[in-house]
Design a binder for this molecule. Sequence first.
Ligand code: PRP
Length: 213
Amino acid sequence: MKNLHLIEHPLIRHKMARLRDKETPMAEFRRLIDDIGLLMSYEVTRELSTVPVEVETPVGRAQCNRLAKVPVLVTILRAGIGMLNSFMQLLPESPVGFLGMQRNEETLQPESYFSKIPSAARTHPVILIDPMLATGGSADAAIAHLHANGVHDVVFVCLLAAPEGVKALNAKHPELQIYTAALDDRLNEHGFIVPGLGDAGDRVFGTGTDDIR
Ligand code: PRP
């Protein structure tokens, strides 16, 4: 596996343990994703280029730096929305795009149902966000869609990755940098990450009355 950045930090590990716990309720799950996303965003943005800028302070002139190009955030629906808020907090100037990808539960193949990408994605770096990298099908389809629309400077961010998904992305997109908070053991026969955290979309948005507590 290459181009894989495993972002390790005691707070991330601590919060990932709570996130994975099947007893963690939806409200706490949302807060945890926010916290982990914010902690990850520090590393994910580390390679962004800066340009010199002179700033007038109340006392004098300071030689500073600002981002050469503010990145565009693109999130894969639905679960990606859960991680979007943390990146928007850190990058409030960033335009945001959405890609609707639904994994067919029988074939495990992603099916595209929505796309709205800001034009700035063609000229600015793009941070593609989806909490789960399982088979890699959704991320691959999202990246292929971005490429077809003239978007080429992309990094991928997830919370959990399966080795199968990382290898698939390495093979299809050899230059793609992948950031994750954890690399899990494997996929099960249903395409779920093991040990994972279950279905991220269902845990962020809920499925039934049991989630309302
Ligand atoms: C999940 C997850 C990823 C995808 C990962 O989404 O959020 O998008 O599966 O699996 P893959 O790497 O095998 O493609 P899902 O299709 O369940 O949609 P949802 O986010 O709307 O629940």
